[in-house]
Design a protein around this ligand. Structure first.
Ligand SMILES: Cc1ncc(COP(=O)(O)O)c(C=O)c1O
Length: 355
């Protein structure tokens, strides 16, 4: 898109919340970024507007057939006061591949990145200061055409909103209890599990609610074909350490290609650890636990960065991992990634982008 970005700033800025009182995704900043797409024009009219409701025709395709994609990344206020985005190019790339899977016209990656830096720049005072807090960034594309036929829409809306969020672990990183589900699946081979699209999250709710009622934090999804291989944990990728091998499921289209997953794999390879991206069955995990070789299990994702798993429950059998405590590699990964995000340690790979 070569058009200049129109900027219409709010005349009524909102009061900012206190850093210590922030939760997740409830408060939004003063502005949002928008752009439209029409088949004959392509993407057009990029603009920043005061944050507020958007008008949609009740027949808009997204409301009926869920033709939509999104992504989620963060901006951090470093210990040096600078505001940094963590690997935004990687998130923009993923948005493009999600868009292709949903037959949505992708945004030009340079434009998508510019929309993020522009909006975060305008609302930079909303990036909280307390350690562990951040500004969550949610780019979304929805099918806006008013048409009830089932086919890719001819018009779309891109919007980008920002939400200051609290520390994921206000009292320090804490291991979670996970239920391995074999009654429901999140994605199947050939499906859209690898895309960040609304339907995948709707598909996950029922099992997550059941797990929560049973006292678990989240579910571990098994593959949709054999219900045997581990896929993802809640909205995170999963990694297990068995002896000296760290295993994580491969990117075969059923799991989301996590940016934190990629960062963790990169760091562990740099540290000289043995890392395998391969299928791993829940039976292999159970067996490793019985032999005392299941040393650590953790999830990776933008929200928590690293989430230690202290307990896995499968078919009524409870596996306590590392005595329910945070393992050394789990902690090392967390410290390394957080250190880069907050500008406390060097960023040799150039993962951060200053705003
Ligand atoms: C289903 C799912 N898997 C994995 C992830 C982790 O991805 P990332 O590390 O890019 O946040 C997320 C969160 O974005 C997710 O929603």
């Amino acid at each position: 898109m070569s058009e200049a970005i129109r900027i219409n700033k709010t005349t009524a800025p909102k009061p900012k919340p206190k850093d210590a009182e922030l939760g997740f995704g409830q408060i939004f900043t003063d502005h949002m970024f928008l752009a439209d797409f029409q088949e004959e024009k392509g993407w057009y009219d990029p603009r920043v507007e005061p944050y507020g409701p958007i008008a949609l025709d009740p027949a808009a395709a997204v409301l009926h057939y869920a033709q939509s994609i999104f992504d989620g990344l963060k901006a951090f206020r470093g210990v040096d006061g600078k505001v940094r985005l963590f690997r935004p190019q990687k998130h923009v790339e993923r948005m493009q591949s999600s868009a292709r899977r949903l037959c949505i016209p992708p945004l030009d990656p340079a434009f998508a990145l510019q929309s993020i830096t522009t909006l975060v720049g305008i609302d930079r005072d909303w990036v909280p200061r307390m350690m562990g807090t951040s500004l969550y960034i949610r780019p979304t594309i929805i099918a806006s055409e008013a048409f009830l036929g089932v086919r890719p829409a001819k018009s779309y809306l891109y919007f980008l909103i920002l939400s200051p969020v609290g520390a994921y672990y206000p009292e320090g990183m804490a291991p979670v209890k996970i239920l391995v589900v074999d009654k429901f699946v999140r994605a199947v081979d050939g499906g859209m599990g690898g895309a960040k699209t609304a339907g995948n999250y709707a598909a996950s709710l029922y099992a997550s609610e059941e797990a929560k009622h049973a006292g678990f934090t989240q579910v571990l999804w098994l593959d949709g074909v054999h219900r045997k291989y581990i896929d993802e944990v809640g909205t995170m990728n999963i990694m297990v350490k068995i002896g000296d091998e760290i295993v994580t499921p491969p990117l075969t289209g059923t799991i989301l290609p996590g940016v934190t997953r990629d960062s963790a794999l990169h760091l562990m390879r740099r540290w000289g650890l043995r890392v395998s991206e391969r299928q791993i069955s829940i039976d292999e995990v159970t067996e490793a636990h019985q032999r005392g070789r299941l040393e650590e299990v953790w999830g990776t994702g933008t929200a928590a960065v690293i989430s230690p798993v202290g307990e896995l429950s499968y078919q009524g059998q409870r596996m306590i991992i590392n005595g329910g405590k945070i393992g050394p590699l789990t902690q090392r990964l967390y410290d390394a990634i957080v250190g880069i995000q907050y500008g406390q340690s060097p960023d040799p790979e150039g993962w951060t982008v200053e705003v």
